[in-house]
Design a protein around this ligand. Sequence first.
Ligand SMILES: Cc1cc2nc3c(=O)[nH]c(=O)nc-3n(C[C@H](O)[C@H](O)[C@H](O)COP(=O)(O)OP(=O)(O)OC[C@H]3O[C@@H](n4cnc5c(N)ncnc54)[C@H](O)[C@@H]3O)c2cc1C
Length: 448
Amino acid sequence: MSAVLQEPARELPVFGAWDVVVVGGGPAGIAAAVGAAKHGARTLLVERYGFLGGMGTAGGVTNFAGLYGRRRGEMQQLVHGVADELLARIDALGGLNKPQDGMGGRIRVRSYDTSVYKIAADQLMAAAGVELLFHAWAAAVLMDGARVQALVVETKSGRQAIRANAVIDASGDADVAAFAGVPFTVGDGHGSGLFPTTMFRIGQVDAQPALASVGEFKAINERMAEVEAAKPGVYRFPREGAILRPNIDPREWRANVTQIRNAQGKAMNGVDARELSEGELEGRRQIAEYFRFLKAEVPGFAQSAIVEIAPQVGLRETRRIEGAYALAGDDILSSAKFDDVIGLNAWPMEMHADGRIEWAFPRDAGNAYNHLPWRMLVPQAVDNLLVAGRCASMTHEGQSAARASGGCFVMGQAAGTAAASLGSGRFADVDVSALQARLRADGADLDG
Ligand SMILES: Cc1cc2nc3c(=O)[nH]c(=O)nc-3n(C[C@H](O)[C@H](O)[C@H](O)COP(=O)(O)OP(=O)(O)OC[C@H]3O[C@@H](n4cnc5c(N)ncnc54)[C@H](O)[C@@H]3O)c2cc1C
């Protein structure tokens, strides 16, 4: 049997034409679409699911990280702009938790209700005038020299072409960039990467005993170690460090405890069709096992129930493009500053390694944030494409920090704002100081 088949060429109906087409509705895509529409671009956001939020909803993340960090010794919100508008809408609908501190006061996060996030994101798109095409899977691009002429999507109405003057790839997986021939690396470049996690939420928790026993950030790890010592072999934990945190209502908790390997024992590859499918099964198997432990061994969880297993396995890292600059691990640890700053990242390196999580914090604890440079959005070889979010140009180590929602909002807003005025130019030639002035005027924090 032949390993390949030829697909006959065919004509594609044109769905429409937009100034800016954004692929992916995670934090990067949301901010990109709002940024572009705000600056007068006719903007279409294409999303394969029927709701926005990306990993934040489809991956069940339930928590914004990277928005807060220490500057001049003071813990403060360092990411502003479209992120503020989204958070305000989630808050107005009653879905945003108060800031929660962890890791000895070195991190501050805000958890949210995923259903409220979806509604708030819909509202934000409508208010900004962004058009949406849900249930559309970006499947190819049609090129005109070094420009993307049209995006090809698979929909329930069939395969269609969407013309675009500028395209922003916020797919998380750099799907569009890969179609367009942009060079990329998958994971650590050696067959592994940041390990994926299937998230789940637990309801009907007895809040007081649960908070008293595992309310502190790392208390669940101690409980796991105690139970392992007392009852060796009774439970199999997929990794050492669990993150088990209360949501807005402490009768509901989020669990970030699974770790998905492939048959070789490496991180599951989220852009390999077969591994992705097998990973879904493995995630749910691990959840069933961990929930057995929670119910039997952790105070407050005896009568609890799983209220949601996330719609898909949570992917931290797949493809990262090679762009004009790759944000590196040392940029995080040295609190790097760049002339072409487009916003700030306030999240440390969080490496989901085999069996454990490794954290690495900036050396200057009082200024624990770094600049994100414009060049990390600009791919090689394609003139009218930007790549924002967890698949932007970063090293494996740099991505372990800037992939958090805060950094993705920053990258998306800058990409959308720049795309609105691309005209017939190239992103490689963008006037960065004019872009920075627009971002500042729109409330972004560029650190001065
Ligand atoms: C288990 C887990 C826990 C995490 N915990 C936190 C946390 O506590 N706090 C935090 O801030 N961050 C956390 N993160 C990281 C963060 O959620 C992601 O890195 C962030 O959502 C990435 O944003 P993005 O917009 O780049 O991509 P994504 O959020 O991945 O969004 C990409 C979007 O593109 C869509 N898409 C993909 N391919 C296509 C296609 N071909 N056609 C059409 N649509 C497509 C997807 O459906 C999705 O909506 C976590 C991640 C994981 C996996």
